[in-house]
Write a protein that binds this ligand. Structure first.
Ligand code: ADP
Ligand code: MG
Length: 693
C-alpha cells in the first residue's frame, strides 16, 4: 500500500485547481497522469522579469516589467485589426497591442485612469514603444510577484505556459514533508539539500546557471532517482536470490553430442561463456546472468548448451523470445540440432492452437518435453512446467524486469540467463540489470567480412535501385527497411507499401513485404520465401521483423536512416554480413540532417564495434537528442541524465547494496523513508515484493 502521505501526489492531475478533463489529457501527454509526474517536468529555460525600466529606457526586444498609467482604449473598426491601449509613465508613452481581443476582458484588466503593471517584450513600431500581448497584467500590489525570474517549461500544443506553470506550482505545494532517505554522511559530504527544498529549487531557477545538470539540488534529485532505480533492482534481486537454487550439473552426454553435431567449431568467447554459465548452474545458488553479445555473435548456441545441461539433469529449460518471428527462428535453429541428438523441442507462442498447443502444454506439465521455445505466451497462466530449471530470455531489450521473473517463477529455484544483443555500456547495463553477472561474447564467429557501409542521400534512389539490381543478379538477397514515421503504423505501412510497389515494378514478384499489421502466418510465409529460394528483396516496416537470420542476405538498405537511433541501425546492419559474400549497408537519408543525425551516420560508417557504437549512442543522447527510450528499451530517467550523472550511478548501486544487506525488507526508519522514494519514482514492482505494512 502506498503511504498515505503520498496520496495527493498520486491523484490525477485533474485534482489540481484549474486542471479540467481536457487539460488533464494534455498534461498526460506532456508529463503523465499523476500530480507527481508534474514534479519531474523540469524547467528548460528562464524569463527574467526583474528588469523594470522606464518606458523610454526600455531597450527593444528586452523583457521588461513596466508600471503604467492606463489612458485610453482604442478598439479597432475592423476586427482583424489590433486593439490598442495607450499607457505611459513619467518618461513617455507606450502602446499595448492585442489581436483578437475581447473588449470586456481588456477593459476589466486595464481600466482607464488606473495604474497597472505589465510584463512582456518591449518592441518599437514606427519608432514608438509598444508591447504586443503582455505576458502578465497585474495591479500595483502584484508588482513584487510579477517582477521575478520565471521558469520556462516544455509545452505541448494546447497548453499555455501560464497554465503549465501554475499547475506545476500547485503540484509542488502538494509535496509533503518526508523523512530523509539519504545516507546522512553522503548527503553532508556532497553538500546536498533536503528533498523538498531541492525540488523547489530546480523549479525556481534564478539564472541560466541554475538550470545546469550539476547544481546541488539537481544532483540530489538525480541521485534520488538513480537510488530508486538501483534499490528496486536490489530488492528484486535479493528476493530472487532468497529462493534456494539447485545445483545443475549434467553428465555432459547431450552436450558432447551437440558439439559433434554442430557444423562449426565454437569461438573462444562461446567456450568461455558456456563454462561460466555451467559453473554458475552447478552452484547451489540461483543463477542470474546476462549473456551480452553483439548481433551474430552466436548467443543461441551458448543458450542451447545451458539448456542441455538442464535436460541432462532430467529437468526442463525454456527460451523466451520477444516476438513470434524470433521465437520461430530460434525454434528453426535449435530443433534440427536437438533432433540430431535425439531431443524434441516444443514451440509455444500465441499462435499455437488446438491439438498442437494441448500436446505442448501436456508435455510441459508432465515433464516429457524438456526443451521449449516460445514468446511471452510461455509465462501465461495455464502453462505449467513439470520441473523448469532454466529460463533463457532473449530479450533484445523488450522485456521488463518482472516479466523475466515471472517465467522463472514457473520453476523451482530456476536459473535465469538473459541474452541481450546490444552491447550496452556498463553504466547503462547497471540501470537495466543492476548487479548481474555478465558473460560476454566479444568475438565473432570466424569468416565474417566487414560490411561496406555508406550514407546516400535519398535523391540518389535510382542509383541505389541499380545497385540492388546488380546485387540480385549475382545471387544476393536484399533487406529494404522503411522508415519509422512517428507513432502511426498506418503511415509506416503506406511508405513501405509504396516502396514495395516501386521495387516490384522493377524486380517483379521476387520482392516481398512484411509489416506489423500482417497476420503471423503471412509474416512467416514471407520470411520463409525470403530465406528460401524464391524472393530476393524483402521490404520491411519495423526493426524486429527483420530480427532473423538469413545468411544469403548481404545488402541492407535503410530508408530515412536519419530517423533511426544508433542502436537500431547497428542491429539492422547486423542482419547482413553473416554469409560468405561481402556485404553492404546503404543508409538512405533525407536532407537536411541534424548535427546528431549526421554524427550517427558517421559513426555507422566508421565502425562495426558494437561497444563503441553503444558508447557513442549514450554520448549523443546526452547531447540532448531524444531518441526515445522505447526504441532502445532503456529505463526512462526523468531527472538524471546518465551521460552527465553516470558517476552517481555507481554510488547508488553501492548504497543500494548496503541498504538491502542490512534491511532487506526496508523496515528500519531509513528503510521506511526509502519506501517513499521508491513510490515517488514509481518503482512499484519492487515494492510489491516487500512485506506489506
Ligand atoms: P546472435 O543471436 O548472437 O545474434 P546467433 O546465435 O543467431 O547470433 O548466431 C548467428 C549465426 O552464426 C547463426 O547462423 C549461427 O548458426 C552462427 N554461428 C554461431 N556460432 C558460430 C561459430 N562458432 N562459428 C560459425 N558460425 C556460428
Ligand atoms: Mg539471436
Amino acid at each position: 500500500m502506498r503511504p498515505q502521505i503520498l496520496f495527493p501526489l498520486f491523484a490525477a492531475t485533474s485534482s489540481l485547481p484549474g486542471v479540467g478533463p481536457r487539460n488533464a489529457k494534455l498534461f498526460e501527454k506532456l508529463a503523465g497522469e499523476h500530480v507527481a509526474d508534474l514534479l519531474w517536468h523540469l524547467p528548460v529555460g528562464i524569463i527574467d522579469r526583474r528588469f523594470a525600466p522606464q518606458v523610454m529606457q526600455a531597450p527593444e526586444g528586452a523583457i521588461c516589467t513596466l508600471t503604467l498609467r492606463i489612458h485610453k482604449h482604442k478598439p479597432p473598426h475592423n476586427p482583424r485589426l489590433p486593439y490598442k491601449v495607450t499607457a505611459s509613465d513619467d518618461s513617455g508613452f507606450i502602446e499595448l497591442v492585442f489581436f483578437h481581443a475581447r473588449e470586456d476582458w481588456l477593459r476589466r484588466a486595464l481600466p482607464e485612469g488606473e495604474t497597472r503593471v505589465v510584463s512582456g517584450k518591449v518592441e518599437r513600431f514606427q519608432d514608438k514603444p509598444q508591447m504586443t500581448h503582455p505576458d502578465h497584467i497585474g495591479t500595483l500590489d502584484e508588482l513584487a510577484s510579477l517582477q521575478t525570474v520565471e521558469p520556462v517549461y516544455g509545452l505541448t500544443a494546447g497548453l499555455a505556459p501560464k497554465v503549465v506553470r501554475k499547475s506545476i506550482r500547485a503540484a509542488l505545494a502538494k509535496v509533503p514533508d518526508m523523512p530523509e532517505w539519504l545516507d546522512p554522511a553522503l548527503k553532508q559530504r556532497r553538500g546536498w539539500p533536503d528533498f523538498k527544498p531541492a525540488l523547489l529549487a530546480v523549479h525556481s531557477p534564478e539564472s541560466e546557471a541554475d538550470l545546469q545538470l550539476g547544481t546541488l539540488p539537481r544532483l540530489r534529485l538525480a541521485y534520488d532517482e538513480l537510488l530508486a532505480n538501483q534499490l528496486a533492482l536490489s530488492v528484486i534481486r535479493s528476493r530472487y536470490r532468497k529462493q534456494a537454487g539447485r545445483p545443475m550439473k549434467g553428465d555432459g552426454k547431450l552436450r558432447q553430442a551437440l558439439l559433434k553435431a554442430l557444423p562449426f567449431t565454437l569461438t573462444g568467447a562461446q567456450v568461455r561463456s558456456i563454462a561460466e554459465i555451467e559453473g554458475e548452474m552447478a552452484a547451489p545458488t540461483r543463477m542470474l546472468r546476462l549473456l551480452q553479445g553483439d548481433v551474430g555473435s552466436g548467443k543461441t548456441v551458448v543458450a542451447l548448451f545451458a539448456m542441455l545441461n538442464a535436460a541432462e539433469c532430467g529437468a526442463q529449460a525454456a527460451i523466451m523470445a520477444p516476438t513470434e518471428i524470433l521465437a520461430r527462428q530460434h525454434h528453426a535453429t535449435i530443433a534440427p540440432l536437438a533432433e540430431r541428438i535425439g531431443l524434441t523441442i516444443a514451440l509455444l507462442t500465441g499462435r499455437e492452437k488446438g491439438r498442437a498447443r494441448d500436446a505442448a502444454l501436456a508435455g510441459l506439465a508432465d515433464g516429457s518435453i524438456s526443451l521449449v521455445v516460445g514468446t511471452h505466451a510461455l509465462f501465461q497462466e495455464g502453462v505449467a512446467f513439470g520441473d523448469l530449471a532454466l529460463a533463457v530470455i532473449d530479450e533484445q531489450h523488450r522485456f521488463g524486469v518482472h516479466q523475466r521473473l515471472e517465467l522463472a517463477a514457473k520453476g523451482r529455484g530456476a536459473d535465469v540467463l538473459v541474452m541481450t544483443a546490444t552491447p550496452i555500456p556498463r553504466t547503462l547495463a547497471l540501470t537495466v540489470y543492476g548487479d548481474m553477472e555478465v558473460s560476454r561474447l566479444d568475438e565473432k564467429p570466424p569468416g565474417r567480412k566487414p560490411i561496406d557501409t555508406r550514407a546516400v542521400p535519398l535523391e540518389r534512389l535510382d542509383e541505389v535501385v541499380d545497385a540492388v539490381a546488380r546485387a540480385i543478379q549475382t545471387g544476393n538477397k536484399v533487406y529494404w527497411v522503411c522508415p519509422l514515421v512517428e507513432e502511426s503504423e498506418l503511415i509506416d505501412l503506406a511508405a513501405a507499401t509504396e516502396r514495395h510497389a516501386l521495387l516490384e515494378k522493377r524486380f517483379g514478384k521476387r520482392v516481398g513485404l512484411v509489416h506489423g499489421k500482417m497476420k503471423g502466418a503471412d509474416k512467416d510465409a514471407a520470411m520463409e520465401r525470403f530465406a528460401g529460394g524464391d524472393m530476393d528483396v524483402l521490404v520491411a516496416t519495423t526493426v524486429i521483423e527483420v530480427g532473423v537470420d538469413v545468411p544469403a542476405a548481404s545488402v541492407m538498405v535503410v530508408e530515412h536512416a536519419e530517423r533511426f537511433g544508433l542502436a537500431q541501425l547497428h542491429q539492422l546492419r547486423g542482419r547482413v554480413g553473416r554469409g560468405e559474400k561481402p556485404s553492404s549497408c546503404l543508409l538512405l537519408y533525407v536532407k537536411p540532417l541534424t548535427e546528431a543525425a549526421k554524427a550517427r551516420l558517421n559513426i555507422m560508417r566508421e565502425t562495426e564495434d558494437g561497444f563503441r557504437i553503444a558508447e557513442e549512442d549514450l554520448r549523443l543522447r546526452g547531447a540532448g537528442e531524444l531518441l526515445g527510450t522505447r526504441q532502445s528499451g532503456l529505463p526512462e530517467f526523468r531527472v538524471a541524465d546518465l551521460a552527465f550523472h553516470g558517476e552517481l550511478l555507481g554510488v547508488a548501486r553501492d548504497d543500494a547494496k548496503l541498504i538491502i544487506g542490512r534491511d532487506v525488507e526496508l523496515e528500519s526508519p531509513r528503510g521506511r523513508a526509502l519506501r517513499n522514494l521508491l513510490y515517488l519514482f514509481e518503482r512499484d514492482t519492487a515494492i510489491k515484493l516487500l512485506k506489506s505494512g
